[in-house]
Design a protein around this ligand. Structure first.
Ligand SMILES: *Cc1c(COP(=O)(O)O)cnc(C)c1O
Length: 383
């Protein structure tokens, strides 16, 4: 049996919609993007949504729109995909890394306050692998110190969090801005793509301006006008646009998002049931006040077993896995930052990276395949 680690679920509907866009001859940012944004903001419950070329681009625009700049500090985690920290660097600010909680793999909110300085401008928190981080605590700290909150929701489409006894979809947003990814590893995909959501019109206006070179009219508006329009550029913007081809795929995917998440939760449940009794394996913890979408299923294995060896043994049996989430501070690109940390400070982040394994998780994974993964894993991780 050969089991990939992840794969997007593509149906004939995507193919039909792409065909429709190709037939229309309008390929770049246009009506499909507009509709994708409307449907997306409806789904998460935000006032505004702005589609961009990636979540990395979204994070960059989010921080820039809040005025994060030279010399500022942004509190975040090292234990994330590297673009979380990179987006802070793009603003020429400094990422201040806080350690994680070892069972949720998310920022430990109790460690945030002591990392705040006069230069701190924002908290960039991550809902890692789709598991919501403790936004309630984070928001309270942000309020106390007058900091902005940006949520890295790259993995968290459809995850839910309880605030004041009510469940909200991640991206409503609870913070100032939420940023999503449509890379094929995430919940829905457009190949590459991202989305910003906010309830703040002023921020939204900046996103839509900056993503298209700060051009004051969109190409689409110009084309549909019966006047002659000369556009103007007030700032130095970016080309962070997504295409109508991509948006048409996204719309099709979004229409099935609830099915996708339901399936992922079932897969996670089956892994949990079958792995929870193995004393060398720690299954993911879902706090009672939230619901994960299980973008990834991450197990922590006892240091008795070597991560790479376990992964290789699985691979030889046809099962692809990935190591746990990387740590930016351990990458050469962040070497110059090491003077800011004592090694012990990020010990749980490093340990999660070195001792956890992500198991196959995708919509089309069958029960048979999953049983095979479980029995193979149990044969490897035992006395
Ligand atoms: C995937 C991911 C990103 C980057 O998303 P792109 O759309 O590939 O730019 C950022 N943050 C986290 C937590 C991610 O998992």
């Amino acid at each position: 049996m050969k089991i990939p680690f992840a794969q997007p679920w593509i149906t004939n509907n995507e193919k039909k919609r792409v065909q429709g866009v190709l037939n229309s001859r309008w390929l770049a940012q246009g009506k499909e993007v507009q509709n994708f944004e409307k449907e997306f903001s409806n789904y998460v419950g935000s006032k505004y949504a702005c589609a961009v070329s990636s979540c990395t681009a979204a994070l960059h625009l989010a921080l820039k729109s809040l005025g994060v700049g030279v010399g500022d500090e942004v509190i975040t985690v090292s234990h994330s995909y590297i673009s979380t920290a990179n987006s802070i660097k793009y603003c020429r600010a400094r990422p201040v890394f806080v350690d994680i909680n070892k069972t949720t793999f998310n920022i430990d909110p109790d460690l945030i306050e002591k990392s705040i300085t006069k230069k701190t401008k924002a908290i960039l928190c991550v809902h890692q692998m789709g598991m919501p981080c403790d936004l309630k605590k984070i928001k309270n700290i942000a309020k106390k110190y007058k900091l902005y909150v940006v949520e890295d929701c790259a993995c968290a489409l459809g995850s839910e969090i309880q605030i004041n006894k009510k469940m909200f979809k991640i991206g409503k947003p609870i913070g100032d801005i939420a940023c999503f990814s449509f890379h094929p590893r995430k919940i829905i995909t457009t190949g590459e793509g991202g989305m910003l959501t906010t309830n703040n019109k002023k921020l939204y206006d900046k996103f839509i301006l900056w993503r298209q070179h700060s051009m004051n009219f969109s190409t689409f508006e110009r084309h549909s006008s019966n006047q002659i329009i000369f556009e103007q550029y007030k700032d130095v913007g970016f080309n962070y646009r997504i295409t109508d081809v991509q948006a048409s795929i996204g719309r099709s995917q979004l229409s099935r998002v609830e099915m996708i998440i339901k399936k992922r939760r079932n897969i996670a449940k089956f892994y949990n049931q079958n792995l929870k009794d193995n004393k060398y394996i720690t299954i993911p913890l879902e706090p009672s006040w939230c619901k994960s979408n299980f973008q990834s299923y991450c197990i922590n294995i006892s240091p008795k077993f070597k991560q790479k060896e376990v992964m290789l043994k699985l691979l030889k049996k046809g099962i692809s896995t990935r190591r746990g989430i990387m740590c930016a501070h351990l990458e050469p690109a962040y070497k110059s930052e090491s003077k800011f940390y004592k090694r012990r400070e990020l010990i749980k982040s490093k340990s999660a990276r070195n001792h956890s394994i992500l198991l196959p998780m995708y919509y089309e994974l069958t029960k048979n395949q999953q049983s095979y993964i479980i029995s193979t894993l149990k044969n490897i991780i035992k006395y």
